[in-house]
Design a protein around this ligand. Sequence first.
Ligand code: NAD
Ligand code: ZN
Length: 341
Amino acid sequence: MKALAKLERAPGLVMTDVPMPEVGHNDLLIKITKTAICGTDIHIWNWDEWSQKTIPVPMHVGHEYVGVVAGMGSEVKGFNIGDRVSGEGHITCGHCRNCRAGRRHLCRNTIGVGVNRAGAFAEYLVIPAFNAFPIPEGISDDLAAVFDPFGNAVHTALSFNMVGEDVLITGAGPIGIMAVAVARHVGARHVVVTDVNEYRLDLARKMGASRAVNVAKEDLKQVMGELHMCEGFDVGLEMSGNPHAFRQMLEVMNNGGKIALLGIPPADTAIDWNQVIFKGLEIKGIYGREMFETWYKMVALIQSGLDITPIITHHYKVDDFEQGFEAMLSGQSGKVILDWQ
Ligand code: NAD
Ligand code: ZN
């Protein structure tokens, strides 16, 4: 079958032929319809330090997808051939303490689809049936293909109560922008988002941000004044991985504020801990999505009127994948979809 793979320990990905994956007793075989390009795929494309340490070569990558069940192992129940599915890219062990307690997102033995094992940028993907999530009618293939990053946004945004709260989101990448829409939908008062990229700030405005602030040009504290926010933000979602953004967030949080950290900062990032201690801030690290509460919430949010479709800005046939990666690399994009049919 056709697959988009890392064949050499060097930048880029190559369309190649790989053997069909084997289907184990508990596995689903999924015929891929559409995939989306993740920031992680960009790291892998660029072959940065993290990728060099993490990605086995040769391997095909990708973990944002939607497809159709094309086969299954003998032990699988609850799925039928032809079911439309996406899936949780974190494959968990099932026997550590957190897994056994139902907290699969905290499994200590997580393996990533398209990161530690063969991925979804291929005609077919095999995953444990446990990881598959059925997509209800009324949710488009495009949307289902971005459920993985949408899930990051939903898991992060729903970490704390936002009803009537003032929310700061640092980083208007695709995940930050989707988090804007979620915060707005669930009843936040002001949703302020920061970035240094005008294209993305514009997209965040379309998705319901009260203010989308270019921190390279504008003063966040002045914007807060204009919104009559005299005390500070109640909830912060760090979605840039940029140390300056995190430090700025700490400065503008109200006492007792709550912060969820999704962005991955450099390991040696230093912050002013006094901001955390004397403000009594609560900080929560976020990894992935809750299995499968976040997935149910994603469906319910869309069914209750949340519209995240503007986040999908580019479509390409998979044979034009290079253009798709270029669009992502340019920073002038939201989510980029690759069509496998
Ligand atoms: P992205 O890189 O597309 O977006 C990050 C955004 O931050 C960019 O638009 C960038 O311009 C902006 N930025 C840079 N400097 C800034 C500053 N000083 N202030 C505000 N914004 C600034 O990433 P994404 O795909 O949207 O993901 C968001 C973050 O979450 C990334 O750090 C990614 O690595 C991380 N991530 C974490 C998980 C997890 O499970 N924890 C999962 C997916 C992604
Ligand atoms: Zn586990």
